[in-house]
Design a protein around this ligand. Sequence first.
Ligand SMILES: Cc1cc2nc3c(=O)[nH]c(=O)nc-3n(C[C@H](O)[C@H](O)[C@H](O)COP(=O)(O)O)c2cc1C
Length: 201
Amino acid sequence: MDDKLKGFYEVALSRRSVRKYETKPVPIPVLERIIEAGLWAPSALNTQPWFLHVLTGKKRDEFAVICRVIWDKLKPVIEKRYGPEGVKLRESFYHNLGDAPAAIVIYADNDDSDDGWTLVSCAMAAENIMLAATAEGLGSLYMAAQLTIREQIDAFFDEDRKLVGCVLLGYSADEPKAWPRREVRVDWGDSWNTDKSHDTH
Ligand SMILES: Cc1cc2nc3c(=O)[nH]c(=O)nc-3n(C[C@H](O)[C@H](O)[C@H](O)COP(=O)(O)O)c2cc1C
């Protein structure tokens, strides 16, 4: 495997959801590169339906304050799924978005003929952003929890597009464990019998 290939798999497999950040800002040129990666994501019919609000500094702080109320809505769900340890980790996280110094809030164009395509396209952009962040040595977290307070978030940005989610970015102050992946989530069919070229690389 050459270095470029190895580098890609290292990035893809080492990305973790980070919920504790250093307050050190992310340099704007780094944010620009990461966002550029997001904008090169594939999109349905090449619609590129995303709109990104980049938040740093005061605006990010205001956003974090609005997001505080999410915890009240989410606590029972988290308690049920992750138990007391999960509650402890996330309670402090929701107080100030884990101190993440930057956030990108993703909106999608409104589209009547939408079959989920715009959301999927925006999710592709989000994943590109998070992989680029990992490659830049940053932590990241995708959040859909803002959807529980959609009205407040829309008012904050004066938005009438469709809120998709939020990506937090910053230097990690944590080493989150890798959650094991579920087994047998792939059906290979008879690929191994029909494809005789396993050793081409
Ligand atoms: C669509 C989506 C929504 C998510 N929403 C949240 C969220 O609101 N809050 C949060 O702390 N993590 C959120 N996550 C992160 C997941 O909890 C995380 O990806 C999962 O636990 C696996 O951990 P890993 O990303 O470190 O592999 C979300 C992830 C996805 C893909």
